[in-house]
Design a protein around this ligand. Structure first.
Ligand SMILES: Nc1nc2c(ncn2[C@@H]2O[C@H](COP(=O)(O)OP(=O)(O)OP(=O)(O)O)[C@@H](O)[C@H]2O)c(=O)[nH]1
Ligand SMILES: [Mg+2]
Length: 305
């Protein structure tokens, strides 16, 4: 029962993509005949949902082959093929983040401005606290005015302390202080908020690399999670950003935010196919409770069932 509720919640979060995909697909497949018009409409639909050209053309090729072998008799069987192919791709990036208990762990967020880093930190802190982890937040966004205060609001909401310096301080120095807390015995999860600027700005990348270096230097025994926060509403631009951050900083996982606000939820398929980085969580709203652990099976079901 709890599982169904969970799935229902994801469905609501993904409703914009789901509406486009399921309504139009159902409409398309109600025709029962497989012809050129159906292929064209299917292509249009998948591209509109931002599944990416690779998935779209591979699927259509596959379907065409099956049709010519008479393996596929009517249009609604295409949906099954699509589901299978989506599952196969998404399974590769379905690796939930495992956080050790009773041992310190570090999560560093990275991403362009407005992608949802600080909000995700608040939601993640809430999730981790409810699972019994100790959580400490680190205000290493010393760039944007009011960034520290924004993180403090989340800290108060979830009951997590915030390590901070003043605006325009060196982010690496703030992180150094947080690492010192771990050395002094803090054994929970430390989540680092960082500044967002355009991914093309060299100085941001250098700043983030420095923060990462400080973590590695101070706590070489911890393999930190470098969590790339991507705004799903930006569709294919999210993929471009992801490539840059992956190459420059070396992300270890992705959170795809704002899936509730877009019909481009298919971008997850694209990220899976083109980046191969695990998607750890998805954001489906602005509230404390609007973060979900990414689960490929649930995701496909929420989109297509
Ligand atoms: N609908 C929706 N809105 C979200 C989600 N995640 C974040 N937001 C909103 O996106 C906006 C930007 O979020 P922030 O968390 O401030 O983004 P940021 O990456 O920290 O931004 P900078 O600190 O400026 O780099 C806020 O208005 C959030 O409420 C989500 O999953 N769904
Ligand atoms: Mg922020």
């Amino acid at each position: 029962m709890a599982k169904l509720n969970f799935l229902e919640k994801i469905k609501v979060g993904l409703s914009k993509t789901r509406d486009v995909l399921t309504m139009d697909l159902n409409d398309l497949f109600s025709k029962k005949v497989i012809d050129k018009d159906l292929y064209d409409k299917l292509e249009e639909l998948l591209i509109a949902a931002d599944m990416g050209p690779q998935f779209t053309y591979d699927l259509i090729d596959d379907v065409k082959k099956r049709v010519s072998r008479h393996d596929l008799q009517n249009a609604d069987e295409i949906k099954k093929v699509m589901q299978e192919r989506m599952n196969a791709i998404l399974q590769k990036i379905d690796k939930p983040l495992t956080i050790p208990r009773g041992k310190p762990f570090v999560i560093m967020t990275i991403g362009v401005n407005g992608s949802g880093k600080t909000t995700t930190i608040g939601k993640l802190a809430n999730m981790l606290k409810s699972e019994g982890h100790e959580v400490m937040l680190v205000a290493a966004d010393t760039f944007r005015a009011a960034a520290v205060e924004q993180l403090e609001v989340w800290g108060t909401r979830v009951g997590a302390p915030v390590i901070k310096h003043k605006t325009s301080a060196d982010p690496a120095a703030v992180v150094f202080d947080a690492m010192a807390k771990i050395k002094a015995g803090f054994s929970g999860v430390v989540i680092v908020d960082t500044a967002g600027r355009l991914h093309t700005r060299v100085n941001l990348m250098e700043e983030l690399k420095k923060v990462k270096r400080i973590i590695a230097r101070e706590l070489p025994e911890i393999a930190p999670e470098i969590l790339l926060i991507l705004d799903a509403t930006t569709g294919q631009n999210a993929v471009v950003q992801a490539k840059t951050f992956k190459d420059e900083i070396g992300a270890t996982g992705i959170v795809l935010t704002k899936l509730d606000g877009t019909s481009k939820g298919g971008v997850v398929v694209r990220i899976a196919g083109e980046l191969g980085l695990p998607v750890r969580f998805i954001g489906v709203g602005e509230g404390l409770d609007d973060l979900r652990v990414f689960d490929s099976g649930n995701f496909t079901k929420a989109l297509l069932d």
